[in-house]
Design a protein around this ligand. Structure first.
Ligand code: TMP
Ligand code: ZN
Length: 413
């Protein structure tokens, strides 16, 4: 189901394979910074009679050479994406983010053709079409989601971009990889595949959660098996060192708890990199001590939510969850919650409803259950949409309900 991964995905640091019979000195080792134990796959929502995929360790390692943080294992993609439930959000925040991202692209390059890697159900490409880009192509390994995209008129290849798929495609003006880059095991293959479908002027747009936000807000619940890497600017620079690409620009965006949009250009593009972005790379400093503090805070937060829920239940209050995000699975399993603690988790994604939170017997309901059941408290596991959820669910609070928001610290709203 999974294999160990002991060398840095960005710079190659790690124990080198030794010939048979030669004992490994293991002098080059990635450092363990957090271990969360054994967890189910965060998006493996199963129904009553489904067989779940299984459990695997969640441990984060840090590369002392380039600073990349990555999981100690790789779950095989066939297992990880067989029963996949992440669907690009329909939220207002996501809609606004699409506007921002498309504008950032247009400021660089008139996007007559866009290739999206990890195009999910095609929502971003559909937005690009509404803005005038007509030549679109999506690539995604999830069959169910590619089908939805095609039904909505977005040409989509179901498959793994970095394998054979890329060589069969025509070069595009823009290649976008939103929140898929950190799901990819072999980054060198990905960069090579980008080379195969690019021309001199092609702009590569990577968007991924920024490790500085992960650390500063202690977003440990975004650490799960799909997220193989937690990237910094320094790690991207190290990755590109021997490639045909370089960092062209860096923008920070609010989506998914704080992310970065890093644009790459080919070395032969003739475009000068943005000077401010190059400074950001030089100024970035993420130390071993930052990770030590992160790990301590993560364990404190887990204890804090456990105790909060335990005390509320002991006092007779009812507690539900709001948003069956992958983050909710991490919380449930770190805290050891079951249905006696959290009665249900409501979510507006039809694909998740009437299934169970992975690793627990907690049912996922529709969003309306919040007002039908009126629990005294609801833990907001989709905390990255806090403002929007507070606005949309104002009725819950008007009737006396309270949200428990677990990020950056556990607090009641
Ligand atoms: P995400 O943070 O991984 O996108 O997950 C957020 C989850 O929360 C997703 O399953 C959709 C759900 N959700 C709601 O149910 N209602 C809402 O208003 C929002 C914003 C999200
Ligand atoms: Zn490294």
């Amino acid at each position: 189901m999974y294999k160990l991964h002991r060398t840095c995905r960005a710079c190659g640091y790690g124990p080198k394979p030794k010939p048979p019979g030669i004992k490994s000195q293991d002098s080059e080792r990635l450092q363990s910074v957090l271990s969360l134990g054994i967890h189910p796959l965060a998006n493996d929502f199963c129904g009553e009679n489904d067989v779940h995929a299984g459990f695997a360790p969640l441990e984060l390692l840090r590369c002392p050479a380039c600073g990349l943080a990555q999981l100690s294992i790789v779950v095989s993609p066939e297992v990880l994406y067989r029963n996949y439930h992440y669907v690009t959000s329909n939220s207002e925040m996501m809609a606004k983010h699409f506007v921002t991202l498309y504008r950032l692209i247009c400021e660089e390059e008139a996007p007559n053709s866009i290739l999206e890697v990890g195009s999910n159900d095609g929502k971003f490409l559909a937005f690009c079409r509404s803005q005038g880009t007509q030549q679109l192509l999506g690539v995604d390994p999830a069959e169910n989601l590619s089908r939805v995209a095609v039904q909505n008129g977005i040409p989509t290849i179901c498959g793994q971009f970095e394998n054979q798929v890329a060589s069969a495609m025509a070069p595009a003006d823009v290649i976008v990889a939103r929140h898929v880059f950190c799901h990819i095991d072999n980054w060198n293959e990905f960069i090579r595949a980008c080379g195969n479908v690019s021309r001199k002027t092609t702009l590569i747009v990577l968007e991924f959660p920024y490790v500085r936000d992960l650390i500063d807000n202690c977003e440990f619940d975004t650490i799960y098996h799909e997220h193989l890497s937690y990237a910094s600017y320094g790690a991207i620079k190290a990755l590109l060192r021997k490639s045909d690409f370089h960092i062209h620009s860096i923008q920070h965006v609010q989506i998914h708890g704080g992310s970065v949009v890093i644009m790459l250009r080919r070395n032969d593009s003739g475009h000068a990199p943005d000077a401010h972005s190059l400074q950001l790379v030089e100024w970035e400093k993420i130390t071993e001590d930052d990770w030590r503090q992160f790990s301590t805070r993560a364990l404190e937060k887990i204890k804090s939510l456990q105790e909060t829920v335990k005390n509320l239940r002991a006092s007779g209050a009812t507690v539900a969850g709001f948003g069956a995000s992958a983050k909710s699975t991490v919380w449930m399993n770190c805290c050891g919650f079951n249905r006696a603690d959290i009665q249900f988790i409501c979510d507006n994604t039809p694909l998740k409803q009437w299934k169970f939170s992975p690793g627990t017997n907690i049912p996922i309901t529709d969003e309306g259950a919040l007002l039908r059941e009126l629990p005294h408290f609801a833990v907001m596991f989709a905390w990255n949409f806090e403002t929007e959820i507070l606005k949309k669910q104002s009725r819950f609070r008007e009737t006396g309900g309270k949200f428990i928001v677990p990020c950056p610290g556990v607090r009641m709203v």
